[in-house]
Design a protein around this ligand. Structure first.
Ligand code: NAD
Ligand code: TYD
Length: 335
């Protein structure tokens, strides 16, 4: 039985990954979830697993070596999801991004080097490459991150690689495209637009709405990480993508159509600073190992939108109180 240290396990992808592990391995896995519970961390995402004997939650910061050290010592596998993850916030206040995404990853890597772990998965992002107008980035392409978020992730990505080269740590780095699914904090495009539409609030579309992202259902991302734990080579980077490139306006139309809401909810607003036009990754490397995503985009989008329809109690709380005020003050839009 393997012990996983999942950092950031109370966030969107981390909590989906923990659900994935228990559904797949049931009692044959042990999971320690280390999460600081920032605004993005939510233990409600894990209510259905919290009483399991093979699950433990530790509230703590990946930047705190005293907390991290004994947990890494216990672990066979470290999967580092913990990060500040929202580009808009990184534009307004980059500090926490540098601290958690770079320094926190360093603290985890140091503990892993000291105790030795079987695998260290660094969850990086396709945003480290920057924008691309034609074609798709390969893992060997240069990194040109353009937001404080993506730059901090690029720092962590390369730091993890250096621990493989220098110390022989069993590092694997994943660069996944935009995820969607249940439990995503309603400040990101899809949950924000779905929940705003449900409340008949406007949908704030940046610029001309023609920026392109490649969307992947979160369960496919979780499955790819699990696959790479078994099949990935140490010191390697793997792109992960859904193969579903869509303009933001297409995503907006899909949401409005599914919810039978009017076009008049669309609200074109000032563009995001440094807004990357298009992300696209070449996924040939992981496909050659035998992994491709299992979910169809439209179906997964419909079930995701329906999840938000059915879980108003989950997101309603997040969209009230101080965060609402924070968004109005900083981004001139309602959360
Ligand atoms: P999220 O913001 O929903 O969750 C991040 C989690 O990390 C939260 O639970 C938060 O409390 C925790 N956290 C933050 N700082 C911490 C710290 N110092 N110590 C411990 N825990 C801390 O993010 P997400 O969308 O689930 O993304 C998870 C990871 O996947 C991130 O590393 C992100 O860069 C990467 N990623 C995300 C996407 C995407 O589309 N969401 C795509 C590719 C890669
Ligand atoms: P987001 O979900 O923030 O992910 P990322 O910036 O990391 O790709 O945004 C996805 C796309 O949607 C991006 O092109 C910006 C755009 N967007 C809007 O147009 N309006 C919004 O309110 C948000 C949050 C995003």
């Amino acid at each position: 039985m393997k012990t996983y240290l999942v950092t950031g396990g109370a966030g969107f992808i981390g909590s989906n990954f923990i659900h994935y592990l228990f559904e797949k391995y049931d009692d044959d896995v042990c999971v320690i979830n280390l999460d600081k519970l920032t605004y993005a961390g939510n233990l409600e995402n894990l209510i259905d697993v919290e009483t399991r004997e093979n699950y433990r939650f530790v509230k703590g910061d990946i930047c705190d070596a005293k907390t991290v050290d004994p947990l890494v010592q216990e672990a066979d596998i470290v999967v580092n999801f913990a990060a500040e993850s929202h580009v808009d916030r990184s534009i307004g206040a980059p500090d926490a991004f540098i601290q958690t995404d770079v320094y926190g990853t360093f603290i985890l890597l140091e503990a892993a080097r000291k105790h030795g772990v079987e695998k260290f998965i660094q969850i990086s992002t396709d945003e480290v490459y920057g924008s691309i107008i034609d074609g798709s980035f390969k893992e060997t392409d240069i990194l040109e991150p353009s937001s404080p978020y993506s730059a901090s992730k690029a720092g962590a990505d390369r730091l993890a690689y250096s621990y493989f080269v220098t110390y022989g740590l069993a590092v694997i780095i994943t660069r996944c495209s935009n995820n969607f699914g249940p439990y995503q904090y309603p400040e990101k495009l899809i949950p924000l637009f779905v929940t705003n539409a449900l409340e008949d609030k406007s949908l704030p579309i940046y610029g001309d709405g023609k920026n392109v992202r490649d969307w992947i259902y979160v369960r496919d991302h979780c499955d790819a990480v699990d696959f790479l734990l078994g099949h990935g080579a140490h010191g390697q980077v793997y792109n992960i993508g859904g193969g579903n490139e869509r303009m933001n306006i297409q995503i907006t139309d899909l949401i409005l159509h599914y919810l039978h809401k009017p076009d008049s909810l669309k609200n074109y607003i000032q563009d995001r600073l440094g807004h990357d036009r298009r992300y696209s990754v070449d996924t040939g490397k992981i496909a050659a190992l035998g992994w491709t995503p299992g979910h169809k985009f439209e179906q997964a989008m419909h079930s995701t939108i329906q999840w938000y329809v059915d879980h108003k109690a989950w997101w309603g709380k997040l969209k009230s109180g101080e965060y609402k005020e924070f968004y109005k003050a900083n981004y001139k839009k309602e959360l």
